[in-house]
Write a new protein. Structure first.
Length: 321
């Protein structure tokens, strides 16, 4: 399939947008290896030229300098986008028209005419073309696409998110990241239709085991308090110990998630200041996103295992007296 921009400036703009979109969607030079390097702009230019059916960027730009008729996806046959996506996907190391590559094209508008690109940009989201959009609070939009969705924050809202809850690009997926927005604006969560209780469960502060009944008022107070701790990234005044949760077992904090009952029992006799539980110095966690939390948990586990091993070695070493 052959595509041909109107001029070199248009081709360069496409390549720049494609380069940015590949990085935004986390697609490296080897699509199946997320640890590979991202393409440089020059490498992206070569990728674009070959995906558009040319031998190289230099060969394509030579053609562009001659009189020609532009060829764009939106001016071609009905299957033009699918065919171009497949070409681009294969060059990136995929053996089929990968959905991420469709999103890259949707985000960058690469292969489409400038007029069509502008229309795509107005209707684009990190999850594909927008089908439904609802502003659930000033600067917070709920996005629905054909296959996915989430919350998009305006630049002002994104800047207002606490750094330990903020994700790049202001996009928070519906699969779980949107809970960070609830915790980033706890006073507005209910009005936005977001649940602080579900958000605390998502970031593994509370395990919603309902096997032991909890007073509704106690639950509401504890949820509000813990949400404030997360928002401030300061530790609770009292944290359920492993022996309370698992009697007779000394477990590090990363090994268990307290239930709402555990929290209520731990906090009910905790000291208060002016009728409210205070918070302790933080940070509680460096970042509350799932991947960052998992990396932090692995570091804690490694440190715990090393400390345990050192203790065993010390206990087995002969006396130095």
């Amino acid at each position: 399939m052959l595509l041909l921009p109107a001029h070199t400036k248009d081709a360069k703009e496409m390549a720049r947008r494609l380069c940015d979109a590949l990085q935004f969607h986390g697609i490296t030079s080897d699509g199946f290896n997320p640890d590979a390097e991202f393409l440089t702009l020059q490498q992206t230019q070569e990728l674009l030229a070959k995906a558009m059916g040319h031998q190289s960027w230099r060969q394509m730009t030579t053609v562009l300098k001659e009189p020609h008729t532009p060829i764009y996806i939106d001016k071609g046959p009905d299957d033009a986008e699918e065919r171009f996506t497949l070409q681009l996907a294969r060059l990136l190391g995929f053996d089929y028209a990968h959905g991420s590559v469709f999103r890259v094209i949707s985000t960058s508008g690469v292969g489409f005419s400038p007029k069509y690109r502008r229309a795509m940009e107005d209707n684009d989201s990190p999850w594909g073309p927008i089908e439904e959009k609802e502003e659930i609070a000033p600067g917070v939009a709920s996005i629905t696409t054909g296959s996915h969705g989430g919350l998009l924050l305006s630049p002002e809202r994104q800047a207002a998110m606490p750094p330990h809850l903020r994700l790049g690009h202001g996009a928070y997926e519906e699969d779980g990241e949107y809970n960070l927005v609830a915790l980033g604006f706890p006073d507005e969560a209910e009005a936005m239709g977001l649940s602080l209780a579900n958000a605390l469960d998502s970031v593994e502060v509370i395990d919603w085991d309902r096997s032991t009944p909890v007073d509704e008022i106690d639950e509401k107070e504890v949820v509000a308090y813990l949400a404030r701790c997360v928002y401030l990234n300061r530790r609770p005044v009292r944290y359920p110990t492993s022996t309370e949760v698992h009697p007779g077992e000394e477990l590090p904090e990363f090994c268990f998630v307290p239930t709402i009952w555990d929290w209520v029992q731990s906090l009910k006799n905790a000291p208060r200041v002016d009728g409210e539980w205070p918070t302790l110095a933080g940070p509680w966690h460096q970042h509350w996103a799932w991947q960052a939390r998992e990396e932090e948990r692995m570091q804690e586990r490694k440190a715990h295992e090393e400390a345990a091993l050192a203790e065993v070695v010390e206990s087995q070493s002969p006396d130095q007296d």
